[in-house]
Design a protein around this ligand. Structure first.
Ligand SMILES: [Zn+2]
Length: 509
């Protein structure tokens, strides 16, 4: 590609608020921020394609079928349900792409548990390779948001940096999680003999703090009732231990009924609930009850009685009420104890570069993804999926691989292997040698960015360093006198004069 034609040039100055990595990509002409979001320019598009090639090569599966435009995840599940009907079609690996800046997804459809285990290992190995080859092993693997509450396994990958994404992590151990995936540490009290539910008068106690104080019990011995409703006004009753808060995002995953909003007074009334005194005990059957696992950490809870001015004591979940779903719906806050070591968790900044999920067969069954096995029996698919966030991943690579002069692309994802430039473009011998070399290398399958501008050597060298292609090749009157072209690796080392054939061999390495 001729640099004089590239849409998207280098910039000396960009907005400081972009941070180091995004700022470098913007200065090097890989992306631009416009109307508040990052858009890829041609160089950024090429680097993204190289990332996808890297994924394809690293996965090591025979066939990775490209699909596009299917909504994630339901659209893809529907397509899989209609296309995959027999064990003869399995395993099937699919590469799902949307817009170039949107997540790149790899989904494995497997016939059984052992093959799904191997697919999960392949996905983990892919991330290990990304970490090793592109991120200097500087990423954290931690808890991702579950796609459905009954997913078997989930991982998220995060590169700490001055990046735009927020997460929480432990300063002492290596615990790390997406904010909505973090789990506060729940400590269970000493077990006590189970009491029977008893109605007690609690006048004016419509908050957890008020009822705990009135009855002289810790907030951790109460059950908090929180109400949400879906788009159609169906009420979801979330139950959590009184000392914790509900994460609406986790609740949405657990309830599996789309976006939820805090229930209105009218929605509560229609569902037969008394705000401030609502109870999971004796709840109407058509109200979906989702209970946090913390409600199992303790016994003889205080809960609402669904009667103004009254609560129940001695409530024991499982015995006195049975939620439809038990799930982790608790929100973690900065300062909460780390679930592994108890140190206060801190906020972290960086780039969330991807996630992976191992789904349960029940998810496939719910989505209609079933196939006929060897025995002619209809059974659900086993599904493993992972997603890479390309813009964040490019930024994380830029964060890991740069120096004071600019980017230093690893050859695996560099948009061009060679940055060819001339000193004295107007010198006929220099120009003809460079043009010939450009065509020769391209014909030989080496991707070349050719700076054919009439700019000063200082400007060209500075741009080559900023853009960071692995090999810088200079054609100058001096190099020609020495019998070749000057070749310098961007990652360091001395410049060498090589003949075109020597250069071709070096560029293929
Ligand atoms: Zn910790």
């Amino acid at each position: 590609m001729r640099y004089s034609h590239v849409f998207g040039s280098t910039k000396r100055e960009v907005d400081d608020s972009l941070g180091t990595a995004m700022g470098l990509l913007a200065r090097a002409g890989f992306l631009r921020h416009a109307l508040g979001s990052a858009g890829l320019l041609p160089l950024g598009m090429m680097a993204t394609e190289r990332l996808v090639d890297f994924v394809r090569a690293s996965l090591g599966v025979d066939e990775l079928w490209p699909v596009s435009g299917l909504a994630w995840p339901e659209g893809l599940w529907q397509a899989a349900a209609s296309e995959l009907n027999s064990y003869k079609q399995l395993p099937t690996w699919v590469l799902l792409r949307g817009a170039p800046t949107s997540p790149v997804r790899v989904i494995a459809f497997m016939p059984g548990e052992s093959s799904a285990n191997r697919a999960w290992e392949k996905v983990c190995a892919l991330w290990w390779r990304i970490g090793e080859s592109l991120l200097g092993n500087a990423f954290l693997e931690g808890d991702a948001l579950f796609m459905a509450h009954d997913d078997l396994l989930t991982s998220a990958y995060f590169v700490p940096a001055d990046g735009p994404d927020r997460s929480v992590g432990c300063p002492r151990c290596d615990y790390w999680a997406e904010p909505d995936a973090a789990r506060p540490r729940v400590v269970a009290p000493e077990p006590a003999p189970l009491e029977e539910p008893k109605l007690v008068e609690t006048p004016g106690c419509t908050t957890i703090a008020a009822v705990a104080e009135y009855l002289g019990v810790p907030e951790a011995q109460t059950l908090k009732a929180v109400f949400y409703a879906d788009a159609e006004g169906h009420v979801v009753f979330a139950v959590i231990r009184g000392d914790l808060d509900v994460s609406p995002t986790k609740l949405e995953r657990a309830a599996g009924c789309g976006l939820l909003h805090p229930a209105t007074a009218g929605e509560l009334e229609r569902a037969g609930m008394v705000p401030g005194y609502a109870s999971p005990v004796g709840i109407p059957r058509d109200v979906l009850v989702v209970a946090d696992e913390s409600a199992l950490a303790g016994q003889n809870f205080v809960a609402g009685a669904n009667k103004p001015g009254y609560h129940l004591t001695g409530v024991n979940p499982g015995r006195d009420f049975k939620p439809h779903v038990w799930a982790d719906i608790a929100a973690a806050k900065v300062g909460d104890p780390c679930p592994r070591c108890g140190t206060a968790i801190e906020r972290m900044e960086g780039f969330l570069v991807g996630r992976a999920w191992r789904h349960v067969p029940e998810m496939a069954e719910r989505a209609g993804m079933v196939f006929l096995n060897r025995d002619g029996k209809s059974v659900p698919l086993h599904v493993v999926s992972t997603e890479l966030l390309p813009v964040a991943l490019l930024a994380a690579v830029a964060h890991t691989h740069h120096d004071d002069a600019g980017l230093v692309w690893p050859p695996e994802v560099a948009p061009f292997q060679v940055h060819l430039l001339t000193v004295k473009q107007k010198d006929q011998r220099v120009r003809e040698t460079a043009e010939g070399l450009y065509r020769h290398l391209e014909d030989a399958g080496v991707s070349v960015l050719y700076d054919d501008r009439n700019a000063s050597p200082g400007v060209k060298f500075a741009d080559a360093d900023l853009m960071g292609m692995p090999l810088r090749v200079t054609v100058s009157p001096r190099s020609l006198k020495q019998g070749g072209v000057e070749v310098k690796a961007r990652s360091g080392g001395e410049a060498e004069v090589m003949t075109p054939d020597e250069l071709e061999r070096a560029a293929h390495r």
